[in-house]
Design a protein around this ligand. Structure first.
Ligand SMILES: [Zn+2]
Length: 157
């Protein structure tokens, strides 16, 4: 696992959680973006693709930057599909709580606690055994596969 490097961008905002901290388990970091895995017991295969510079809106990025970031989102999605065969992948960019541009990439299952509602809605059921035990592979292996996939997109590795 990589070490989070605090960004050295002029846009750094000390009050912003995603400027100050990785925001989860750091899976991979390039010069302009990083991939983290959220710590969420209900949704263990929950990744975030974070633009490293502090911008709040999608249209703050150039078209070329949007293409780069969507390529990373797509790579994470493909790994989750191949490794876990989820019922659905959820992609979302909200930023209402932390207004620092990031995409959520979440593997959803018809047995998960909230399905078919969004992860931010109320739970529909209790899940046992715990969600992480129901995944086809362990989180360390999943993180490694995600890191390999997105690392192939980062100039210079
Ligand atoms: Zn920020």
């Amino acid at each position: 696992m990589s070490t989070f490097l605090p960004p050295l961008f002029p846009s750094y905002q000390a009050a912003c959680e995603l400027c100050r901290e990785a925001g989860g388990a750091l899976v991979f970091q390039s010069a302009s973006w990083r991939v983290i895995r959220a710590a969420d017991a209900s949704f263990p295969a929950f990744y975030r693709v974070v633009w490293r510079a502090h911008v709040s809106e999608w249209s703050d990025l150039s078209l070329a930057e949007q293409a780069v970031l969507m390529g990373v989102v797509g790579a994470v999605e493909r790994v989750l599909r191949d490794a876990l065969a989820p019922t659905k992948i959820n992609l979302a960019s909200l930023g209402n709580v932390v207004a620092h541009l990031h995409w959520h990439v979440i593997a959803r299952f018809d047995w998960d606690s909230h399905f078919p509602a969004p992860v931010w809605a109320g739970a529909a059921r209790e899940v046992a055994p715990p969600a992480v035990e129901r995944l086809a592979i362990g989180l360390d292996e999943l993180d490694a596969r995600v890191a390999r996939a997105v690392g192939a997109l980062a100039p210079g590795g």
